[in-house]
Design a protein around this ligand. Structure first.
Ligand code: NOJ
Length: 763
């Protein structure tokens, strides 16, 4: 197709963007890529080779000069079509014209901000999650970014750890589905497409198991748990074609993740045949020194590269020491060459040699924050809301004939809706919950009071230390709110509640309290929110509590005294519209918990796929449990209500006997037994009754969203490779032991649903 040039009219801008998309070049084939890499390696000086392994933070004059000299391979945190084009021009002027790759944290959107990743996982809808990342990729690449440091696929069982918000929760099956979907969304079918980003699965591996939930803390993970719980989402990302991985900050079984030969080389390269490259996390090579495994920075650089970290993010150690290490023969040139090969391979696959200038200002204007992009954000936000409680069908609320009091510090707040890692998201783009509700109610029927303010821990302070992007600009937190409406008081909120028929409260954590370096020892509501909640509930008005947070909070009082509770996470740009859609029943709540919700901090870690123990479960004291608290979570993994009800029956095992090489087929009937249409997430769990190592009590092996009209029933069927039902034996060999397995199709990990058994047979 021929693309003509046009004047700058809206139509022309759109056509230009379309031309850019249609002209997506195919990268050279693999053989050709390797041939061209060989040719480049023959020409490159040692300094030029090292340059490809160096990533600088920021768009600085030094970065541009080094790009021109062929001394840097990648920049982090440089954005904007015009600037990226200029920087790429600088690289084009270098001797070998090797293009730069521009990295940025596009974690849950670039300008159109989607629900935080944990919320995305709660949708149990990988197709929609993939679509959201496609949008994120289009926006980010329009602004010149070509590589995102996402998806974050760390399994996390501890909500004290602030970064639980960035992943898909506690389960390896759901985590793998989400990891693969996000990679597919970012990269599309062709990384070289100007609208595709190169993905980076992070933080390899085990970062989410930080002891005590304290960020950056050490991890101890037995090899079988590493392989069965923490590695699968990375494997899924690699199998989906992720071009890169990022190594973690933390110590893993006495060897920091950024110098861990076992995980980076033995597993990733040798077992999985990953042929892309690994970038260190910010400063994590230098951190091998305080970890205590390297005497100095030079040794740290040697250890990281030798273990399998090809690109050095920001700490400058490869740049400073690799030449010396090669010259002193401590580092073989072949190791450097292999690392350069991997970086160049991804640059070729990303189409950067064929098309280094993949965006322009026109595309940047036309592709970002479009109504279509916002629509995807709205849908994903709707699907990620989890209805936790709904006594006496308080929800959905009627749109007419009632006065609603919208109360709480997060109700009119725009900035905090964006969540933990907001790219170039702007507070001003956001529909706040108050705006969303007002837009759907008759004028004058919505009252509002903030009640209390929560201090807004600034996202800049929290993430700046490791090079994250700055927090969004625009009205943020308490100070802005005070300017607009005067001081907030609990008494004022109570008065407002008294004038209404129903109260909707927006409480939670300011977004700056979640994400990196945001571990908490207590999970209660920050500030005076609990007092506000109790005072408003004491009015006797029916209260709907909408929680906004990046983790489960301690809501024991609320769970007992508040009739309706929704976990809304941080829904993103379309927060208010999505929340209103769910509150008024235009969208049926269909999100499910991607993590078990602890009753209190003392239960942590609490997760559904635990081992049985020798004294499993009983009211008798001499069984596993607590004297002063139930051992069960407040809400189980997979839990979420709807405005209707569903029944599960008639489990049919179509393959009652299956070999390890065979396929398990099982189905059950799900019926909508309520008065409204709704979407259920049917979940398949399996349990091996006897295995060489203690089996987990249940493991998710499939899920399906199914939409049913009142009274309607459908058969949900699952097909699973029996091979996937195995576990590691004591010699770390994967086995699917013959014997009896339990199987359930259920609404959540704690429910009985429809149950049955099947046999794995030797032949
Ligand atoms: C540190 C974070 O751990 C990582 O997730 C992020 O991608 C880098 N900084 C770059 O901002």
């Amino acid at each position: 197709m021929i693309c003509f040039s046009f004047r700058r009219t809206a139509v022309a801008v759109m056509l230009l963007a379309a031309c850019a998309a249609l002209a997506a070049p195919q990268p050279p084939n693999n053989q050709e890529i390797e041939r061209r890499i060989d040719a480049l390696l023959r020409q490159m000086t040692l300094q030029e080779k090292i340059g490809q392994l160096v990533q600088y933070n920021g768009d600085t004059p030094e970065a541009a000069a080094q790009a021109k000299a062929g001394r840097v391979g990648s920049l982090l945190n440089a954005t904007g079509a015009d600037r990226i084009t200029e920087l790429q021009r600088a690289a084009e002027q270098s001797r070998l014209k090797i293009p730069l790759i521009f990295g940025y944290d596009v974690i849950h959107g670039y300008r159109t901000i989607f629900p935080v990743p944990l919320a995305g996982a709660a949708s149990f809808d990988p197709t929609l999650v993939e679509q959201s990342e496609r949008v994120a990729a289009k926006e980010a690449t329009a602004a010149g970014v070509k590589w995102t440091f996402a998806p974050m696929v760390d399994i996390a069982r501890d909500p004290r750890w602030g970064r639980i918000v960035e992943g898909a929760g506690e389960d390896p099956y759901l985590g793998s589905a989400m990891a693969a979907a996000r990679v597919r969304g970012f990269q599309g079918t062709n990384m070289a497409d100007p609208q595709s980003l190169v993905a980076c699965a992070k933080h390899f591996v085990g970062y989410g198991a930080a002891e005590g939930g304290r960020d950056y803390n050490s991890t101890e993970i037995p090899e079988d748990t590493l392989r069965e719980i923490y590695l699968p989402p990375f494997h899924a990302a690699v199998q989906a074609g992720a071009g890169t991985l990022m190594s973690g900050f933390q110590d893993l079984n006495d060897v920091p993740a950024s110098a861990n030969y076992h995980t980076l080389t033995e597993i990733l390269r040798k077992e999985w045949h990953f042929d892309g490259f690994v970038v260190s996390d910010y400063d994590s090579i230098h951190e091998l020194v305080p970890h205590g495994i390297a005497a100095d920075d030079q040794q740290a650089a040697l250890q990281a590269l030798t273990a399998g970290v090809e690109m050095d993010m920001a700490d400058g150690l490869y740049e400073k020491y690799l030449a010396e290490l090669v010259q002193s023969r401590k580092l073989p040139m072949s190791t450097v060459d292999e690392a350069v090969r991997r970086v160049l391979r991804i640059k070729f696959r990303a189409g950067l040699f064929e098309r280094p200038f993949y965006t322009n200002a026109a595309r940047e204007r036309s592709d970002i924050l479009t109504p279509e992009n916002r629509q995807v954000a709205r849908r994903l936000a709707e699907e990620s809301l989890v209805l936790l409680k709904n006594d006496n069908h308080l929800l959905p609320l009627p749109k007419n004939g009632k006065r609603i009091a919208v109360i709480g510090p997060l109700a009119s707040d725009q900035a905090n809706q964006l969540g933990s890692w907001v790219g170039r998201g702007q507070a001003a783009d956001v529909i706040s919950p108050l705006q969303g509700i007002e837009a759907q109610m008759p004028q004058g029927s919505v009252l509002h009071a903030r009640g209390v303010d929560i201090s807004s821990l600034q996202a800049q302070e929290v993430s700046g230390a490791t090079g994250a992007a700055p927090a969004p600009t625009g009205a943020t937190g308490a100070a802005a709110a005070e300017r607009e409406n005067g001081p907030a008081t609990i008494e004022g909120a109570v008065q407002v509640a008294q004038q209404a028929d129903v109260v909707v409260m927006f409480l939670g954590e300011p977004a700056g309290m979640t994400g990196e370096a945001s571990s908490r020892a207590f999970l209660d509501f920050p500030g005076k929110q609990e007092q506000l909640l109790e005072a408003v509930v004491a009015t006797g008005k029916p209260v709907v509590l909408v929680l906004e947070s990046g983790r489960p909070l301690d809501i024991r009082w609320a769970a007992e005294h508040v009739p309706a509770i929704i976990q809304a996470w941080y829904p993103g740009t379309e927060a208010g519209n999505a929340i209103a859609d769910v509150l008024f029943g235009d969208a049926s709540p269909s999100g499910r918990m991607p993590i078990s919700w602890p009753r209190s901090v003392g239960q942590i870690p609490v997760y559904y796929n635990h081992k049985s123990t020798g004294r499993p479960s009983s009211n008798d004291r001499w069984h596993t449990g607590y004297l002063d608290e139930s051992k069960e979570p407040l809400f189980a993994f997979g839990f979420g209500l709807s405005y209707t009800t569903f029944s599960y029956s008639n489990l049919r095992v179509l393959s009652p006997q299956v070999t390890a090489a065979g396929t398990l087929r099982v189905e059950a009937t799900v019926q909508n037994t309520g008065q409204l249409a709704g979407t259920e997430v049917a979940q398949l769990y399996v349990h091996d009754r006897v295995a060489p190592r203690s089996p987990r009590v249940r493991e998710l092996q499939g899920f399906q969203r199914v939409t049913l009209q009142p009274g309607e029933s459908k058969s949900v069927d699952f097909t699973v490779n029996a091979h996937d039902l195995g576990s590691f034996d004591t010699n770390m060999r994967w086995v699917v032991p013959p014997g009896t397995f339990d199987v359930w199709i259920t609404p959540n990990a704690a429910a009985e649903g429809a149950a049955g058994t099947f046999q794995v047979v030797a032949k």
